[in-house]
Design a protein. Sequence first.
Length: 148
Amino acid sequence: MKWISKLFYLSPRDRRLLVTAAFLLTVFKLGLLLLPFQKLRNLMVRLLRPSRKLVGKAHATAKEVAWAVSVASRHIPGTGSCLPVALATHALLNYFGLPADLRIGVRHNREGEFQAHAWVESRNGVLICDLENLAQFTPLPHLDQKTP
């Protein structure tokens, strides 16, 4: 619980960003347990549209959003896996009007087991959920693309 006392040493802006990240991580973790993925994704898109007040006046940088989600995921049980982290990061970046792509990739490991991984890319490459072997994952089409 030492981390709670550290929360009070943050600036109000960073504290708000961290609490928002923790809230979103919790919502997405519960949402993944209770809802089909596409329904959760559609809900996220509707509820977390970019704020007109914030577009062009980003109150957080992509790096700060990644920091907040990363820190929050280490302290909230069950939220450290890649999908809730990527969803929360993507949602916050979208809210602040910052460009980002939610990516999901798949692969078979050496034992032949199917694996999936989610990450977020921004202008400067992978922002969160980067792996040393990320190139081994075959990215699925962007979720926002319409199939013919």
